[in-house]
Design a protein around this ligand. Structure first.
Ligand code: BDR
Ligand code: CA
Length: 315
């Protein structure tokens, strides 16, 4: 008997690597994407929401509910990343205007309503951007916390430091206060920091295999990746660059190709120097109860083989 698919909500700020995460999820029968909520991050939410609708339609799934979430972080002003993702957030491929309008519902309410309507322990949240919507949902309706199965998020960095400041990764740096709310919520957490995602290097050879699939979605994904690679060239001086966000979905599909350990993790929300740092007690020196599974290792070829096979299933 086939197991029923695991239900996930993707909270996202697309973003080329967010796009890969969404496509990997939508191409995977083990997962059912029950809602997509957009958040301000890589670009403002007016753009990430539209990008999210374009992506579900690209994957042939206009039926998936997409709602716009919060317009800015809880305390700090919004910091965006057009220098990585381009002005639209999805530079690299011209996607058609979405045919379905935005849902007339706020993303925070879509999260709350979906979780409250589902049986307890059923829904997994997959945040791929700043954690504002998740924190706001936990604050507005605390009863969702014990009903969630798990939160698996892309964010943070410990051994690699940060990619936005020397000590903070983008998603956590943009809204550290929201991250603090999430990391103290008691919900089972898995964090995929840059310590892990820097091992998810996309190679030019893989990009050629993706293009060779020849279908609409694969070609669009390849175009997005090619644009995003340019930033990799500037940053690392190589022709390869990591795709961060699809690691979240990869972990849900194949936990065995990831390695990590459960740790106590705290978010820095006070120091102006290290604001947004994810302080991981890797060696449990505080003896505090772990609140998060922290991923660090990845079998890159297995991950990219999986991603290719799944994106190739899409139209
Ligand atoms: C994260 O920041 C964003 O630019 C990416 O989409 C990813 O979620 C990596 O630090
Ligand atoms: Ca993202």
């Amino acid at each position: 008997r086939a197991m029923s698919p695991r239900k996930i909500i993707i909270d996202t700020d697309p973003g080329q690597d967010d796009a890969f995460a969404m496509l990997l999820a939508l191409g995977s029968p083990e997962l059912e994407v029950v809602a997509v909520t957009a958040i301000a991050g890589n670009v403002p939410v007016s753009k990430t929401e539209r990008n999210a609708r374009q992506l579900v339609e690209l994957a042939g799934r206009p039926d998936i509910r997409v709602a716009p979430g919060c317009t800015r972080p809880m305390v700090k002003p919004l910091k965006t990343a057009e220098y990585v993702h381009g002005d639209s957030g999805l530079e690299g491929w011209e996607l058609p205007e979405p045919s379905t309008p935005a849902l007339p519902v706020h993303g925070v309410d879509l999260i709350i309503d979906t979780v409250m309507a589902a049986p307890a322990g059923e829904i997994t949240l997959c945040p791929l951007g700043p954690l504002t919507n998740i924190a706001m949902a936990l604050i507005k309706e605390p009863r969702i916390a014990p009903r969630l199965r798990e939160i698996v998020l892309m964010g943070g960095g410990y051994f690699e430091g940060g990619n936005t400041t020397p000590s903070a990764e983008f998603n956590i740096f943009v809204d550290p206060h929201a991250a603090h709310v999430v990391f103290t919520s008691g919900v089972p957490l898995t964090m995929v920091p840059i310590d892990c995602t820097y091992k998810a290097i996309l190679t030019p050879a893989w990009l050629e295999r993706l293009k060779a699939v020849g279908k609409r979605t694969a070609l669009a994904a390849a175009g997005l990746a090619e644009f995003y690679q340019r930033y990799g060239n500037q940053k690392f001086g190589t022709d390869s660059y990591p795709l961060h966000d699809p690691c979240v979905i990869g972990y849900l599909l194949r936990p065995g190709i990831f390695g990590g350990r459960k740790c106590f993790v705290e978010i820095e929300i006070t120091s102006p120097v290290t604001m947004g740092a994810t302080v991981v007690d890797w060696w449990n020196v505080t003896k505090r109860e772990p609140n998060c599974m922290v991923l660090r290792d990845l079998d890159n070829p297995a991950f990219y083989d999986l991603m290719l096979e799944r994106i190739a299933r899409l139209p």
